[in-house]
Write a protein that binds this ligand. Structure first.
Ligand code: NAP
Length: 267
């Protein structure tokens, strides 16, 4: 197949590097001249011009969340109607607002690091990770799910609404709490000097790329607010009813959730 990738940062670069080991023809769009030089050994078809994607069977849109709609709009004048297009944005409901003249299947790989840009990308990023698809207009997901599996990921199909609610709980609010916790603790110099590995691990998500963090807050604000409200109530109720069996149950389930190499094996 002819596969296009737009935006060669952490996610787009990782898709490109992963697929470079397959027989597919790769078409890469980057605005960055240095990246253009770096990928010449991977594909000769690379440019800052979207028109190189004309012959593509599948296109991955890997630009920042706030640039996804603009990118999808630009593709409307370039791609054929049978081309499959997916975006990889961390929030999904906002892309499902309108029909597209190509086969658009929004998605979100549940893989990442706190680093960004092409040099941070690596071909193993998606190994064992869930990759969510939220079809709403085109239900022909088979070709895309097969490709996602080839990249080492596990496709999961759900709706954009359910996805956005779930990622607010496990990704967007935890990042926000992590930043908030760090900011508040910083007011106490002794606390900061005593902090060790527990505080380091709990505040890891405070290192999330700033543009991605701002996009999560802007595009998933409603679900984040709802979950923060629930959490405030739970914080009080949990403390008032702090029982051994509840804590032991949490520990048992948390232990079962991850394999020794850190993969989510929740069933
Ligand atoms: P990133 O490393 O910053 O890469 C984004 C790339 O988009 C940049 O390298 C750049 O590529 C291009 N870009 C940047 N600004 C742009 C602009 N103004 N207009 C057009 N293109 C622009 O970010 P990322 O982490 O790969 O995130 C990309 C997408 O993946 C986002 O939608 C994000 O929500 C999603 N995502 C991120 C993670 C994560 O943990 N980081 C996980 C899953 C999904 P060129 O220099 O090649 O043009």
């Amino acid at each position: 197949m002819n596969i296009g990738i737009i935006g060669l940062g952490l996610i787009g670069g990782s898709v490109l590097k992963n697929l470079s080991e397959t027989k597919h023809n790769l078409y890469a769009v980057t605005r960055n001249k240095e990246t253009l030089e770096k990928i010449k050994n991977i594909t000769k078809v690379c440019s800052d011009d979207y028109s190189i994607l004309k012959e593509c069977d599948i296109v991955f849109v890997c630009t920042p969340v706030h640039k996804i709609t603009e990118t999808l709009d630009k593709l409307e004048n370039i791609l054929f109607s049978d081309c499959i297009v997916t975006d990889v944005a961390s929030v999904k409901e906002f892309v499902t607002k309108r029909k597209r003249p190509y086969k658009f299947i929004p998605s979100h790989p549940m893989a990442g690091t706190e680093n960004s840009g092409y040099d941070a990308s690596f071909k193993e990023l998606f190994e064992g990770a869930k990759w969510v698809l939220t079809p709403y207009d085109c239900n022909e997901t088979e070709i895309l799910t097969e490709l996602i599996k080839k990249m080492g990921a596990i496709p999961i199909i759900t709706t954009a609404e359910e996805h956005d609610k779930a990622v607010a709980m496990i990704s967007h609010v935890p990042m926000y709490l992590s930043q908030c916790l760090f900011k508040k603790a910083e007011e106490n110099k002794l606390a900061m000097s005593l902090a060790s590995s527990g505080f380091r691990d709990t505040t890891r998500l405070a290192m999330t790329d700033i543009n991605l963090a701002k996009d999560m807050l802007k595009y998933n604000s409603k679900n984040m607010d709802n979950f923060i409200d629930d959490l405030i109530l739970e914080l009080k109720a949990f403390k008032e009813n702090y029982k051994d069996e509840t804590i032991l149950e949490i520990q048992k389930n948390r232990k079962k959730m991850y394999s020794v190499d850190g993969k989510n094996i929740f069933k």
